[in-house]
Design a protein around this ligand. Structure first.
Ligand SMILES: Nc1ncnc2c1ncn2[C@@H]1O[C@H](COP(=O)(O)OP(=O)(O)OP(=O)(O)O)[C@@H](O)[C@H]1O
Ligand SMILES: [Mg+2]
Length: 245
């Protein structure tokens, strides 16, 4: 049963702690179907923790609620969240350097939800990232940083996700590679996937996002449409390197 009024992805009271350190404190956010939402926040704000908690890689308290397409994810182990349609592209990419590009992509198709779609998903990934098509047999660790990021995103897309989580995918990439990456993310969104993007590159990410949230010390401190955030003086000062006056 699906509720048409409910957002595709809905997070309520999401908290997480490392020992006594409260890294996330009652975060609430939503992502609609085919919407691209960016999370902006300083180093240590809790961005990675948030994505890991959603993916089931750090524990959350019983009060935290995460729903995808009406299905509760809280309480499910990480593996079953992947089966429900959550795909995380982790900080630092997490690809297998000794395997080829093709083998890395094939690993993404392992979830049961994606096995029957493997050929179609591979075609989609190679159309998004044509430079991977030329390099399917190449050992992943010999690829450039930008190409490795494409492999990581491609692998996530091989699992037929409903929700794609990305942790600072543009980190360390050249402006040219960044451009390619952000254009590809826009296409992913247009294909109907919901995208939750954590980024340091506020300007470029707000340029492709529909909405954004500001995360400060584990709490949401602001939110709005991408256009509104781009024009907000406080956002400009904190994230866009534009001081007032
Ligand atoms: N495994 C851990 N054990 C203890 N504390 C942790 C652990 N992982 C993260 N933290 C702490 O939790 C807080 C949030 O960390 P997190 O990695 O989520 O921040 P972030 O917003 O992703 O930062 P960055 O922009 O540097 O990637 C930080 O204070 C960090 O030191
Ligand atoms: Mg992080």
């Amino acid at each position: 049963m699906t509720n048409r009024a409910a957002p595709m992805f809905d997070v309520q009271r999401l908290s997480a702690a490392y020992g006594l350190h409260q890294a996330l404190d009652e975060v609430a956010l939503t992502v609609a179907e085919g919407e691209l939402v960016v999370i902006l926040g300083a180093n240590g704000a809790g961005k990675t923790t948030m994505l890991k908690a959603i993916a089931g890689l750090v524990p959350m308290p019983p009060s935290s609620q995460v729903h995808l397409a009406g299905q509760p994810l809280h309480g499910l182990p990480a593996r079953l969240r992947v089966e429900a349609g959550v795909a995380l592209v982790p900080e630092g990419r997490g690809i297998f350097g000794e395997l080829t590009v093709r083998e890395n992509l094939q690993l993404g198709a392992y979830p049961r939800r994606a096995r029957a779609d493997e050929a179609r998903n591979l075609e989609h990934v190679l159309s998004l990232f044509p430079r991977l098509a030329e390099r399917l047999g190449q050992t992943a660790r010999t690829m450039s940083g930008g190409e490795q990021q494409m492999v990581a995103i491609g692998r996530a897309l091989m699992s037929t996700p409903r929700l794609l989580l990305l942790d600072e995918p543009s980190l360390g990439l050249s402006p040219l590679m960044c451009g390619e990456l952000f254009r590809a993310l826009l296409q992913v969104k247009r294909s109907g996937v919901s995208v939750l993007l954590v980024e340091q590159n506020a300007k470029r990410s707000l340029a492709i996002a529909d909405r954004g949230y500001l995360l400060e010390n584990g709490r949401i401190s602001g939110e709005g449409t991408a256009a509104r955030l781009l024009n907000d003086p406080a956002v400009q000062a904190a994230y866009l390197g534009l001081g007032a006056g």
